[in-house]
Design a protein around this ligand. Structure first.
Ligand SMILES: [Zn+2]
Length: 202
């Protein structure tokens, strides 16, 4: 929820879905940002009722850094990134704008749309640590050691997609998978199974 007074239907998430009930959203009309937590009640098991949003204050430095990332939405179940400076005036304009965007969430698209100029501010709240991890993930490349790529790719959240993207460019995944699956160490066998499954290697 963004407390800017514009139509709430003009809000998009920023960069990535946050864990739990946290939402980092941006108004596509005025550009304002808002971090909030959805408050729910569960009077009976499995009967979760939405009560409202509790805003969480963020510093100017945090807002400036977080606001430097593209916005995130989806279309036909595909993720769509939108440039941070894009503005619309109404819901119709928002839908048309989203429809005109290239689809996909990947490094090339992030760089193309623009990312923050520098590292995250020290006071970045823990709730937004995934953003800092994605920042770090942007530096993964073909020269990154395979052990580091595997560690990042297999971790939940953060830069796993960026690590997978680098892995997908390698020509030796089938050989690595076979070699690792024959290992005595659990860690390597897990890595081998992960590669086989993720990249559909037989
Ligand atoms: Zn607004």
């Amino acid at each position: 929820m963004v407390d800017c007074g514009c139509d709430e239907g003009l809000e998009l998430a920023v960069l990535e879905e946050l864990p739990g009930r946290l939402e980092m959203r941006a108004c596509m009309k005025c550009g304002a940002l808002g971090l909030s937590e959805a408050i729910v009640e569960e009077p009976e098991p499995h009967d979760v009722q939405f009560i409202g949003y509790e805003p969480i204050e963020i510093s100017k430095a945090v807002a400036a850094w977080v606001g430097g990332w593209p916005r995130l939405t989806s279309l036909d179940r595909e993720r769509v990134l939108v440039g941070r400076d894009v503005r619309v005036v109404d819901r119709e304009g928002l839908q048309a704008m989203i429809g005109a965007q290239e689809r996909g969430w990947n490094r090339t698209r992030l760089i193309e749309l623009g990312v923050p100029d520098g590292p995250p501010p020290a006071e970045l709240p823990a709730a937004l640590s995934g953003f800092a991890e994605i920042w770090r993930g942007l530096s993964l490349n073909d020269a990154t050691p395979i052990e580091e790529l595997m560690g990042e790719a297999m971790r939940g959240g953060g830069p796993n997609r960026l690590a997978r993207e680098v892995l997908s460019r390698r020509g030796d995944l089938a050989a690595l998978s076979t070699q690792w699956r024959a290992s005595r160490e659990d860690k390597f066998r897990n890595w081998g199974r992960y590669l086989a499954k993720e990249f559909r290697l037989s």
